[in-house]
Design a protein around this ligand. Structure first.
Ligand SMILES: C[S@@+](CC[C@H](N)C(=O)[O-])C[C@H]1O[C@@H](n2cnc3c(N)ncnc32)[C@H](O)[C@@H]1O
Length: 194
């Protein structure tokens, strides 16, 4: 790669050295739209969040991260919901066997918004923003989650930045484990809801 040419997203995804881990490998046969370090970092969140009542993922994609979250749901004995506006029958059948509730639709539609809100209820949750508009997802949901919840956004530095969180939302959340957000090119920002 030329020294003068800035790295594209894809160049960064492909990096595999002692500071960056490669993206787009597989987990239980599912294409990962992230890298393995995300699992280790999120394990750290679940360790400091013993009272979670549910897990929500916006953006199922190929379902690798949903599989990981589904396993955490089983481990903690809490329900897991994932939403995407493009669904795959094969992925959904597998996720449902894992006990994950699968929602089909636009996360910003009134109906899906209402269903997620109903699912979340008044319990503290872990919610991951990994759909098509992570910044907007973050601003929308950070305002609705109860204190003690955790909210994370993937693709930090590419599709999500702390600078772009609205002023009001920033007062509602506190960054956690910030030193790990870009560990091995994981690109995950994590906050606790105040
Ligand atoms: C980056 S992928 C998710 C990757 C997945 N979380 C993972 O890491 O394995 C983003 C997904 O968001 C979905 N998406 C985009 N816009 C959406 C919307 N408005 N509502 C629901 N899902 C949406 C896309 O269909 C795509 O599958």
């Amino acid at each position: 790669m030329s020294k003068n040419k800035p790295m594209t997203n894809y160049d960064e995804y492909r990096l595999n050295d002692d500071k960056h881990w490669e993206w787009h490998t597989t987990f239980i046969g599912r294409l990962m739209q992230h890298n393995y370090r995300v699992y280790h970092i999120l394990d750290g969140v679940f360790k400091i969040a013993p009272n979670l009542g549910a897990i929500v993922e916006i953006g199922t994609g190929c379902g690798a991260l949903t599989t990981y979250l589904g396993l955490w749901g089983l481990h903690l004995n809490i329900p897991v919901l994932t939403v995407d506006n493009v669904r795959s029958t094969d992925t959904d059948a597998f996720l449902q066997r894992l006990g994950v509730t699968v929602l089909d639709g636009d996360v910003f539609s009134t109906e899906v918004y209402r269903k997620i809100k109903e699912f979340v209820g008044q319990r503290p949750v872990f919610l991951l923003c990994d759909g098509g508009a992570k910044q907007r997802e973050f601003d929308t949901w950070a305002r609705l989650l109860v204190s003690g919840s955790f909210i994370a956004a993937h693709d930090l530095g590419h599709e999500f930045s702390v600078e772009n969180i609205s002023e009001w939302t920033r007062t509602l959340v506190t960054p956690v484990m910030e030193e790990r957000w870009n560990e091995m090119n994981a690109q995950i920002a994590i906050f606790k809801v105040n």
